[in-house]
Write a new protein. Sequence first.
Length: 172
Amino acid sequence: MNPILSTGLLIGLLCGAWTFVMGFTGWYKDPALANVLFIGVAMAIEIVGLIWGLRKTATLGRAYGGQILAGTMMAIVAGVIIIAASLLFTTFVFPNYFSDIEQAYRVALQRQGKTDAEIAAVIQASAASATPMAQAMSGFIGTLVTGIIASAIIGVFVRSHRAGSPMPSTSH
């Protein structure tokens, strides 16, 4: 299978699976854990996946610009899967996701000593992004931006490594 497609599928499926792990464990309801685990683990999955995929595309002779393009395409493939997983997650499997998040956020703000009016203002300000499609598109955009930036950085090291010495074989 094409390394761009296989890497994009791998990243998308693993990030999608991680979303469901967050759901079934209930970790998404903990504001302290949610951002670190959702974003941090998903970024780590994507970066490790990009390293793996860009090593494969480097063996095909892609120059630096080609590596950035390959990583961007991997991120787009992953992002499309992430959109589907996110929509499935927030509309069918966890239909109360947004109300659960709002409630957890309210409790966290109350613990910080915010007034009811301040809490209502904060909740209202975040209401526009509290829809299944907005959430899914945020995941896609985050995946795409991370993919472009990480590919630009990884491409330097993959190309430098390849130029300095033979790349280890990744097909076992």
